[in-house]
Structures are given as structure tokens and as C-alpha cells.
Design a protein around this ligand. Structure first.
Ligand SMILES: [Zn+2]
Length: 509
């Protein structure tokens, strides 16, 4: 089954490094803690209506985040698929799964520290998320005090913090300061207290600067001032090392494809493994970039063999910007199974930072692997016309949709006009719309997103993707659509004749 290959994920290329561990807490201080909001006693309830209370864990007091959010009129949402708690406006959302619970506050990932600069993390107890007092105070912009004597938490309104947007000259200055520090690989703390910038504003500014291929490998951390919600300093990390970043930058500057290896390659027992992945890279990645990337897509990929890779038993690889990590344990167990790498390479090309759904993301990655790696190699896969799994996949992230994608490309391909311009077909139009942010979700299990389906409708005449699937089933049933391989596909011109890359061999099933 192809499904056993890489799962998850495609992770927002950079922004800020924010780490909230999911902790399971089995024991905590007993004894109910009272809550007083603006002078009035308040009883919090969980999502099922049960009474819940603030709790103390490892000498820190935590508040139930949903109940507090509701009091202050902030919508709150939990997305188990990406492991994210949304407070306030969701913004474009998070499209990647993380092992660690993340909090997205009004569209930005939320990170906070204690007075000693230690990052604080939410905890989850009995399926309810709790934030430490200090984090809750920042998230809701309230004054929050804990009286151990009275075993009571007091929450009161406070004055608004200063906004930087009033002073754009200052923002411009700060932007150049930060950009220069990234350019120079400065890993020291940078004091920015004089800029009076809030964490949200800083995150926007920094992600704007680093959201360029050559900076995808930069992570940042911010330190808050305790009292006024103002960021005091910033630190940048070059997570994979200066020389690797430098080589990636050089490859992009010269326009040459380049794979860079880091990590635990010594742990892989098959001596041909690395060479085979390298060959896949130089054969498959240029095709994928031609088909679904653009001029900003990185020509360099950093491939990390990770002997400590641990993202659950079904997860083999993971793509974060242009860094792909994979499990050496998987490699040693399945030395012939290298197709996952083509799946991850498709994710690297996608860079779907706006998309908050995974059916499209994952199944297109499977199709990328199928069409531009398996099919073009000698691992042939044959369509079973009668298999239920090729007909209905419930829009699962790892459904058996490769044939449906092949169908879409056969019926609605990208073609070249007489003047050389391109007329985009269905898959390529959806890819472009997702990349640009015009489409932000595929609608999840119901596939009901209006933007997504408006593109389906523009190109195919069918009102939505599921109607197209029904048509596909009809054609499978009466065999009016036969799959005889990819030769003859009208869009092959996109991935052929790439300098330095041999053309695919379209073997027949
Ligand atoms: Zn994937």
C-alpha cells in the first residue's frame, strides 16, 4: 500500500519556532481554585458542560482556555488534525500537523515565556486545554493574579498596549535591523526594546523577512517584557548550520539543483541508499518544480537522515520548508521503499502555506510520487478498475486517489497555446490557486469549499469535485476511461526536455 509511506506533513515554511509540548498530566494538585473575573465569581465549564477549575501543576497555575476565551467573547476552536488550539480569528490557519500542541491567537502562532525567559507550554488534562496564567494574560490581554492564600485567580481588564503601527518609520528601521542580522547569521540576542513592538507585530515582520527560500532555515525566538506585552529581544537560529545554508543559497543563486545531506547517514546500513535518494532527487525534483513550482521554489533541498525521528509509527518523512527529514529506522527496515522521498519532494514544491486541508495536499503528493517517480521508473502500479478504494476515498488525506488524479490530468490537462502561453488544466489551476491563497481549504471531508469548487467548475463544468468523482466512477464502470500509462498525456511537455534531466520512460501497465 502506498499509504504506508510518508505521512504528514508539510509544515509552514518557517515563521517562528514555537514549541508547545503536549503533556499528559495524570496528577495535579487537588482542591478547587476559585476564579473571579472583574470582581465576580465565575464558574468555568468544559466543552461537555462539566464544572472545571483552574489547576496547579508543577507550581504553576493554569486556566482552562476555552472557558476564559468564551467569557471574553473570543471564539475558540480545536483542530485535532493539526493539533492546534485557535483563539480569536483563525486567520489563514495552520496547515500542518505538529506533535506539539500549538496555540494560534488571532491568526498568529502564539508563544510566551516566564519571567526567566523559559518558554511556557499549555497542558491538556481530560481533553481540556489549560494555559499558564502568564500566557492567558497575554492571550486575552488581561491582568491576571493568583492568590495562593485565597486559592483564587483574579482576572481584570487592563489598558491596551502600545501599537507599533502608529510609527511606520520605526517599523522600517526594525526591518532592516532584523534583516541585517539574518543576513549576517547573527545568533546573538538583539535588543529591540526601544521599538515598542508587540509579539504579533514582530511575528508578522519577521516572517515577512524570512519567508524567502534562502532564509527558510532560520527560526526565531522572541522574549517578552513582563509588564507591557512588548518584545524586548529577538534571537535567530540557523537550525541546520551556516555552511549548509550557504550552499543552499549558492545553489539558488546559480539556478542549479542541489541536494544537501545532513544528519545520521552513518546509521543507514544499505550502502546504496543515499545514492538512490540522490538519483531520485535529480530526476524527480526538477520535474516537480517545472510542473508545480515557480521561480521562487528552492533549487536546493536539505535531506536529513534522523535516527531519532519519531512522529508516530506511520510517519516516515516530514517536510518543513525545503528541509526533508526521514527516519533511518524506516530506511533500515525497508531499504527498497524510497518512494516516500518523491512524496516529500512534492510537498517541498507545494509550499502550501495558506492551505488548511490535507486531502488535496497529501493526495497530490502521492500523485507526484506516482507520476514522476514510480511511473517513470520500473515500479509499475496497475489500476484495479473494480477496487472500491480507487472509486471512493472519503476524502481521506491518504486515500487511493492517484488514478483520479491521472483521470483529471487526462481530461483537463494544461496545454500550450499557439503563442506559447499556457492554459492551465484542473490540477495545475488548483495548485496555483492554493499557492496564491485564493483557495485556503479544499473543504475537508465534505469537499464543500466554494473557492475550491469554483475552480473545479470553471475548468470542468461540474459544480464540485465530488460530481467530477461521480463522472470518473461512471467512466470506470463503462470503461470509457482506460488508463494505459502516461505517454500521450497532453501535459507531458511540461516535464520533458529539462536540461540535464533524462525524460521519463512511460512504460505501459
Ligand atoms: Zn505527505
Amino acid at each position: 500500500m502506498h499509504n504506508k509511506f510518508s505521512k504528514k506533513n508539510f509544515f509552514h515554511a518557517l515563521t517562528v519556532v514555537l514549541i508547545f509540548w503536549l503533556m499528559s498530566v495524570n496528577t495535579y494538585a487537588a482542591g478547587q481554585i476559585s476564579l473571579v473575573i472583574n470582581g465576580e465569581a465565575f464558574q468555568a465549564h468544559d466543552a461537555n458542560g462539566n464544572e472545571i477549575y483552574p489547576l496547579v501543576y508543577e507550581n504553576r497555575t493554569y486556566l482552562p482556555v476555552r472557558a476564559i476565551a468564551e467569557v471574553f467573547g473570543k471564539p475558540i476552536d480545536w483542530d485535532g488534525f493539526t493539533n492546534t488550539v485557535y483563539i480569536g480569528n483563525k486567520g489563514s490557519g495552520v496547515n500542518s500537523y505538529s506533535d506539539e500542541v500549538r496555540i494560534v491567537l488571532d491568526g498568529s502562532i502564539f508563544v510566551y515565556y516566564d519571567e526567566n525567559g523559559t518558554q511556557l507550554k499549555p497542558i491538556i488534562v481530560n481533553e481540556t486545554s489549560y494555559l499558564p496564567l502568564r500566557g492567558a494574560a497575554m492571550a486575552f490581554n488581561k491582568q491576571i493574579e493568583w492568590s495562593a492564600e485565597e486559592r483564587t485567580v483574579y482576572i481584570t481588564d487592563k489598558e491596551e498596549s502600545i501599537s507599533l503601527q502608529e510609527n511606520s518609520v520605526q517599523t522600517g528601521d526594525l526591518r532592516s535591523v532584523l534583516a541585517a542580522n539574518i543576513e549576517n547569521y547573527n545568533t546573538e540576542e538583539i535588543d529591540i526594546s526601544e521599538y515598542n513592538i508587540s509579539c504579533d507585530e514582530l511575528k508578522t515582520l519577521v516572517s515577512d523577512i524570512v519567508n524567502r527560500p534562502e532564509f527558510y532555515y532560520v527560526a526565531s525566538s522572541f522574549m517578552y517584557s513582563h509588564y507591557d506585552n512588548i518584545v524586548q529581544n529577538v534571537r535567530f537560529d540557523y537550525t541546520i548550520g551556516k555552511s549548509i545554508v550557504e550552499q543552499a543559497r549558492q545553489a539558488n543563486a546559480s539556478g542549479e539543483y542541489k541536494i544537501l545531506f545532513i544528519g545520521d547517514w552513518d546509521s543507514i546500513t544499505d550502502s546504496t541508499y543515499k545514492d538512490r535518494l540522490e538519483n531520485i532527487f535529480y530526476e524527480v525534483y526538477p520535474r516537480l518544480v517545472r510542473r508545480w513550482g515557480d521561480e521562487n521554489t528552492s533549487k536546493a533541498i536539505i535531506l536529513k537522515a534522523d535516527k531519532n525521528f519519531d512522529m508516530g509509527e506511520n510517519v516516515v518523512g516530514f517536510t518543513h520548508g525545503y528541509l526533508i527529514s526521514f527516519s533511518t529506522a524506516f530506511a533500515n527496515k525497508n531499504p527498497r521503499d524510497v518512494g516516500f522521498f518523491a512524496h516529500e519532494l512534492t510537498h517541498a514544491v507545494q509550499q502550501y502555506i495558506h492551505l488548511d486541508s490535507s486531502w488535496w495536499t497529501e493526495n497530490m503528493a502521492n500523485y507526484g510520487r506516482f507520476r514522476y517517480y514510480h511511473w517513470a521508473g520500473d515500479d509499475l502500479l496497475k489500476l484495479d478498475y473494480y477496487s472500491p478504494s480507487v472509486r471512493d476515498w472519503n476524502y481521506e488525506p491518504y486515500g487511493n486517489c492517484m488514478w483520479f488524479f491521472a483521470y483529471m490530468d487526462s481530461k483537463y490537462p494544461t496545454v500550450k497555446n499557439a503563442d506559447g502561453s499556457l492554459e492551465y488544466g484542473l490540477i495545475d489551476s488548483l495548485n496555483r490557486a492554493v499557492r496564491s491563497g485564493r483557495v485556503r481549504t479544499d473543504g475537508g471531508s465534505t469537499q464543500s469549499d466554494a473557492d475550491f469548487n469554483s475552480i473545479v467548475s470553471e475548468i470542468t463544468g461540474f459544480p464540485d469535485i465530488d460530481s467530477l468523482r461521480e463522472q470518473y466512477i461512471k467512466e470506470l464502470n463503462d470503461k470509457s476511461w482506460l488508463f494505459t500509462g502516461f505517454d500521450g498525456y497532453a501535459d507531458n511537455f511540461i516535464t520533458e526536455n529539462i536540461p540535464g534531466v533524462k525524460d521519463p520512460v512511460y512504460n505501459r501497465p
